[in-house]
Design a protein around this ligand. Sequence first.
Ligand code: ASP
Ligand code: MG
Length: 409
Amino acid sequence: MKVYKFGGASVKDANGVRNLKDIVALSNDDLMVVVSAMGKTTNALERLVSALAKGDEQMAEQEWLGVLDQHVYTMRDLGLQPNVDVRLPMMPTYNQNWSYDKNYDQIVSLGEIISTQIIAVFLLKNGIPTEWWNIPKLLLTDSTYREAQVDLEHSSKVIQAGWNRTNRPKVVVAQGFIGGDSEGNRTTLGREGSDYTAALLGNFLNADSVTIWKDVPGILNADPRLVADAVKIDQLTYHDAVELAYSGAQVIHPKTIRPLENKKIPLFVKPFGNPTADGSIITATAEPIRVPVYIWRMNQVLITLRAKDFSFVLEESLSHIFQIIHANRLKVSLIQSSAVTISVCVDNSRFVAQAIEQLQEAYRVTWNENLSLLTVRGTTPTILKHEQEGRDILLSQITRRTAKLVIKD
Ligand code: ASP
Ligand code: MG
């Protein structure tokens, strides 16, 4: 069997869904099809939750109508009847007794619930034997809302049992990005998490391969929106892929690789507009990458800590510093230390301010926001010089093959 994953951009409208159907129809294998919410639905639902939390009913209703409209329009275009073929949910409400994050997960997960229902029905109507799976009942997670951790042992048993049923049709359509906790609430695995779901399902079902269908020819050595002559990397090792994802390459979610590497399952990244193209393949035994790779990680905050009395910050304080970072769920992109300072570059998030406050109790803290981290893998002195020129660089970390520059825009 194979796992196919389609992201939001690839199912953003009826043409995308028809294209998905064509790609699925081309395959002779049994397929687990993992799908994200259509287009920018997740962003709209995020705005809806925030409007509901603020009590802004009018704004909330407007966002909800926008979401409904887009799905109704897509369904009609696909020849499906809204509320007959797929029943669209009522406008969600906000439960004041729950945390924001718990409300968020109940509401934002609707994007995937709706998209997968539309797609499953469409496949069925087009003669492809298909079953819709309600992943929140199968993929068990803890209750860390918005960043739920999957119970691998339990989930793998349930999912294998579902897959191995004798009457299972050839194709199963399942939601990426979401799961469910033991109390029956929906959870989410972190933004852009459907790649990770695809990898987990591939691992549980011992897939021959996992394919992520995307709006790019494969994994490129630079963002084609920033660099005109970006080239495709044909082969990568799992290790390369982890480094790229961690450095900020948007092409795969960082958590995707491990479940695949553990079972040596190859990962393909292919263009959904050209299903027979080779794309990129990630395996254990790929050739070394022969071009420099440029990865931008945006919206960074560089936090520098000094001991209040100018003593060494290192040994004793490290675990305390990282405890604070971990407790606030900060995502660290770079660490650098000197005798009396330690600098940590993190993704900006709603928890950064709080973490800085906690750090200030023990350290002198300075920080800069709105920075970018440029990682160049396979760099040379010439490339490095070129990338440094004319830029305001707050910090650089340079090893023989990799340069990391924290840049002020
Ligand atoms: N729909 C979710 C998001 O936009 C998950 C995903 O696309 O992977 O973050
Ligand atoms: Mg997405």
